[in-house]
Design a protein around this ligand. Structure first.
Ligand code: SF4
Length: 231
């Protein structure tokens, strides 16, 4: 595991839980709107956390933590992720996994072994626009489709989520996404936020009114669609 970040306590990353968040390094996408540039493309002089440091922290805070959120980058790129999670589960902590959905085989294996309690999977855009928004022109969207179908089996609690940019998402895209993930358990739209950590800071946010109109479209397909981080 390449662990490049640790947020010791968060009330935001794991819905309804007190958690620590672990940030893994590396990603197989290059989303230009990504807020985690230094995780996706780590600088040469980056200093990683050792597993010992992580587990020392978790042991010290075990009494106040409900669980651990593992995010990235893309955690499922790391072949030793299952073993790492095993050790967290052995401590009696819940595990939430954030994923871009490109490794359905690992996600299914984690579900089969009872190693994850909650999965948040990105839906970058409609199928038609997926490759352009992830900046992966030759990427086969089949893995994303497989992950969507896997999560919709509801063998584990989950949500889909999309970061919405004015330059990338319109009402037609919401219709297309709605038809694609119709019947999903939960779907969250998150407005794009400007930040110095973005890979390519060329995007802007839709107005709150437009975002609410997108939710109205999506509720026709996924009744439990909500805005996150918008008042
Ligand atoms: S947004 Fe997620 S999938 Fe895209 S580059 Fe960043 S970490 Fe990777």
């Amino acid at each position: 595991m390449l662990i490049l970040g640790l947020q010791k306590t968060t009330l935001l990353d794991y819905p309804g839980k007190i958690a620590s968040t672990i940030f893994t390094g590396g990603c197989n996408f290059r989303c230009p709107f990504c807020h985690n540039r230094d995780l996706v493309m780590p600088p040469n002089d980056v200093i990683a956390y050792s597993e010992d440091e992580i587990f020392e922290h978790l042991k010290a805070k075990k009494k106040v933590l409900d669980g651990v959120c593992i995010t990235g980058g893309e955690p499922t790129l790391h072949k030793d992720l299952p073993g790492f999670i095993h050790k967290i589960k052995d401590m009696g902590l819940l595990v939430k996994l954030d994923s871009n959905g490109t490794n359905p085989d690992m996600v299914e294996s984690l579900i089969n072994q009872g190693l994850v309690d909650y999965i948040a999977m990105d839906i970058k855009n409609s199928k038609e626009k997926y490759n352009s928004i992830a900046c992966m022109p030759n990427f086969d969207i089949g893995t994303i489709e497989a992950s969507v179908e896997l999560l919709k089996q509801e063998r584990v609690d989950y949500e889909f989520r999309t970061t919405i940019m004015r330059e990338c998402h319109d009402a037609e895209d919401m219709e297309a996404i709605g038809q694609w993930i119709k019947g999903a358990k939960a779907y969250y739209l998150q407005s794009y936020k400007e930040s110095e950590q973005v890979i390519n800071p060329i995007f802007s946010a839709h107005s709150p009114e437009t975002l609410k109109s997108f939710v109205d479209i999506l509720k026709n397909y996924i009744p439990n669609t909500n805005l996150r981080g918008i008042d």
